[in-house]
Design a protein around this ligand. Structure first.
Ligand SMILES: NC(=O)c1ccc[n+]([C@@H]2O[C@H](COP(=O)([O-])OP(=O)(O)OC[C@H]3O[C@@H](n4cnc5c(N)ncnc54)[C@H](OP(=O)(O)O)[C@@H]3O)[C@@H](O)[C@H]2O)c1
Length: 335
């Protein structure tokens, strides 16, 4: 089978496609999956570019979707032919968060899904939404579940709430789609007027170009009659958090998700305190939350926005496309 490995110390020119023996038959509780698709996240880019150190020979990619080929003894949840999608934290099945690192995350601390086949415990996967392509399913492991958890699990989103999304990456576009499908109003930002037109097509009620409107927090308040938004999907980090604090309503919720502008910086703590807002960090979610999201998707009918799809052997080009920042939504790999 074909596998992509990353030579240490990383870098897109250190990705190589190699031939490996197919994985063995599944043992008790395991399944063998023919991986058909993966999708790119900023975290995967961190690994393959060498920003996040990985072991020599690491198989990248946290997201994997495909078809169950063989079922081991005692597996009742899946049958041969089922469409499945991998989980980000294979050992966090249920309950509140209990992992704060990436040591067990496929594509980072352990081998990921840039490979044609894999044999793993059945609990490392969930069913994919009915009717999804494998590429669509692969977008759920990281980006989809992060947006779902931010809004639905941590945010208790309800119809009539107002949500602010930042930029047009995978997490933010999912958040826009989930929020609209669940009856919320959405304000979305982007650096590109062309992408802003696409945000409108997806149903964004208001849009802001954060480059031409650097004080976008004030603009968000004006668009909400001075109240501010109930939820912020904060993917920017230190460079955007002060504006997000301006934009959030009193008692609102900022889901602290990303670090697109850097790893640390000043926080206007007095404003956050006065707003009595909740700043909630999160990393993806549990297997149970993924199962709930799959049920939710089947009910509300959201389909992921896929910007482009690359073959496994074009993985470096796929990451160059992400690096260039021209994408809108998800970039996928097809195997
Ligand atoms: N905590 C978690 O569980 C979790 C899960 C997934 C992702 N993340 C993090 O969330 C962030 C986004 O991830 P992703 O995979 O969605 O990334 P992505 O698909 O690569 O999205 C990048 C997009 O972010 C936007 N952006 C860049 N700088 C921005 C800024 N200063 N203000 C607003 N938007 C900006 C750009 O949109 P425009 O081109 O429209 O300007 C860009 O296209 C990353 O930091 C990632 O590590 C965290």
């Amino acid at each position: 089978m074909k596998v992509v490995t990353l030579r240490s110390p990383g870098g897109l020119d250190q990705l190589q496609v190699v031939e490996r023996d197919a994985p063995g038959e599944p043992g008790p509780g395991e399944i063998r999956v023919r991986v058909k698709a993966s999708s790119l996240n900023f975290h995967d880019y961190g690994v393959v570019s060498g920003m996040i150190p990985a072991d020599d020979g690491r198989i990248p990619m946290s997201d994997g979707a495909g078809v169950v080929e063989v079922v081991g003894d005692g597996v009742e949840e899946f049958s041969v032919g089922d469409a499945v999608v991998s989980t980000f934290f294979p050992h966090w099945l249920d309950g509140s968060a209990r992992v704060a690192d990436f040591k067990t995350t496929p594509g980072d601390g352990i081998d990921g899904y840039a490979r044609e086949q894999v044999t793993r415990p059945a609990t490392w996967f969930t069913h994919a939404p009915r009717g999804y392509s494998h590429e669509e399913a692969a977008t759920l492991t990281t980006a989809g579940l992060t947006a779902w958890r931010a809004l639905v699990v941590d945010g208790n989103l309800k119809a009539g709430d107002t949500v602010l999304t930042l930029g047009t990456g995978g997490v933010s576009i999912f958040a826009l789609q989930f929020a609209k499908a669940m009856g919320a109003r959405v304000i979305s930002t982007s650096s590109s007027d062309e992408k802003i037109e696409k945000l409108k097509e997806l149903g964004a009620d208001h849009t802001i170009n954060y480059k031409s409107e650097p004080e976008w927090g004030k603009k968000v308040k004006a668009l909400t009659d001075g109240r501010g938004v109930d939820h912020v999907i904060e993917v920017g980090g230190p460079g955007t958090l002060p504006q997000s604090i301006d934009a959030v309503c009193i008692g609102g919720h900022i889901a602290l998700i990303g670090i697109l502008t850097g790893r640390g910086g000043e926080v206007p703590t007095i404003k956050l305190m006065a707003k009595q807002a909740r700043l909630q960090g999160l990393i993806v979610g549990s297997r149970t939350q993924q199962q709930e999201m799959v049920r939710g998707i089947e009910a509300i009918g959201v389909r992921p926005i896929i910007d482009s799809t690359f073959a496994l052997g074009e993985i470096a080009d796929a990451f160059r496309h992400e690096e260039a920042g021209r994408h809108f939504g998800k970039i996928c790999l097809s195997l």
